[in-house]
Structures are given as structure tokens and as C-alpha cells.
Design a binder for this molecule. Sequence first.
Ligand SMILES: Nc1nc2c(ncn2[C@@H]2O[C@H](COP(=O)(O)OP(=O)(O)O)[C@@H](O)[C@H]2O)c(=O)[nH]1
Ligand SMILES: [Mg+2]
Length: 245
Amino acid sequence: MSQKLSLAIPCFNESKNIQIVLDQLSEISKNSDIDLEVIVIDGGSTDNTQAELKLRFQDLPGENFKLVLRETRGGYGNDIMEALSHASGDVLSWTHADLQTDPSDVVKAYDLYKKNAQGEDSKVFVKGVRKNRRLLEAFFSFGMELVSWLALRVYLTDINAQPKMFSRKFYEKYLKEGHPGDFSLDLYALYLAKINGYKIYTLPVYFKKRIHGEAKGGGGGWKMRINLIKRTFRYIFKLRRKVLA
Ligand SMILES: Nc1nc2c(ncn2[C@@H]2O[C@H](COP(=O)(O)OP(=O)(O)O)[C@@H](O)[C@H]2O)c(=O)[nH]1
Ligand SMILES: [Mg+2]
């Protein structure tokens, strides 16, 4: 049975990066046998990203490339979920537009997914795991993993590594309702996969420094990282209260 892969890409002020990402994905769409649907969601960029995207999408085949433009900032989690609501694939995924991980990792993730998933109800969740991280960054990730294990009793590794990939069933049954609107979406998805008995398959990904544009999550220096850690802890304890209620 042939399957379609839908890939959501959230982007905010990524004019240079997103063009390169789209070049790579249109090559993949043309030259591989993957039935790929790409949905780019711009979260209200304040630079020229939206204007450039509108132009670029005129030259992309509309059946494979969809563009969603938000007028105002809706948040990373809300926007990925909005993009997925437009997806028609059997397998759904997301990755970033910042080129910190290679967009073509999605192809490797899809291979891993197909190798291990049988049928539409397969309990398979694929995610990246970042290699070559600096010791201090790896230490902070480990801290988050430890806190999530103590608070939620699930061990979640390298929560923010991309891409993420799962079945439509996982999206419909678990992810669609009650998701966080912010950067905690990655944690939430992974948590849901774990507590619902999904097997997590990891794909080693090479993590690069951002070249164009600015980090909006926790990748832009220590102040941002600490804010991200605080937000993540707050979210972990919110989930814990929900679980215990
Ligand atoms: N649609 C949308 N995309 C966002 C938003 N915030 C960040 N992004 C995108 O989400 C991805 C991850 O953000 P990034 O700034 O790289 O996070 P960091 O590396 O963790 O600091 C990138 O592709 C961003 O362009 C948002 O509010 N809406
Ligand atoms: Mg980034």
C-alpha cells in the first residue's frame, strides 16, 4: 500500500533558511519515490519572509507544497498543529526551518519509520537525537530528562531534537486535543508516545549552529536557554498535576 508523508515546517523570520529548506525538499519531492506533502506555516513573520514565501510558492507544485500564513504570532506548538490540520498524509511529521538539522533527515526518519511500522495503527514514533552537542548543552538536556523522569516517571531523551514522525492515528487519537501552544509541543508529543506504549526509534542527527536568522526558542544564548528550561519545568509540573488529578 502506498503511503503519503506530510511534513509540517514552522517558520518565523527565516527568510534565508526557508528558501534553502524548500530547495532541498523540492529536490526530494522530484527525485525520490517518497510521496511527500510539505506544509510550511509562517507564524506572522515581521521581516520579508511572508512576501518571499508567497513568491516562491507560485513555482512549487500546489498538490505537494502548501503554505499557511498567520497574521499574528500564534506560537510554535499552535502553528505546527495548525499545519498538521491541513495534512492529508498517512504519516505525519515536523521539523524546523532553521537548518540546524538537515531537512533531508526526514527521509532517513521515514525509512526508519517504514522499516518498523506495520499497518496504520503501528505504535512507532521516530525522532532525532542530536550528536556533536557541547558538553554543557548535553548536561542541561540531561537535567531536563532527569526532572521529567522524576515528575512524570517517563524517560524522555533529547526532547527538542528534530524531526518528529508518527502515524495519523497518533495525531488523531492523542496529539490533536490538549496540546501546548508553545515550544513544549515536542515534550508533549514524546510524553504521549511513551505513556501510550509507542516504541521510540531514534535517528542520529548532526546538530549545526544557526547561520541565518535568530533563535526564538532556547538556542540563542544562556538567557534564552534558562528561560526555556524554566518554561519546560513549568510545563512538566503542569502535566504532572494533570496526570495526578
Ligand atoms: N510558525 C511559527 N514558527 C515558529 C515560531 N517560533 C519559532 N518558530 C520556528 O520554529 C523553529 C524552531 O525555532 P528556533 O528559533 O530555531 O528555536 P531554538 O533553536 O530552540 O531556539 C524554527 O523553524 C522557527 O522559525 C512561531 O511562533 N510560529
Ligand atoms: Mg533552532
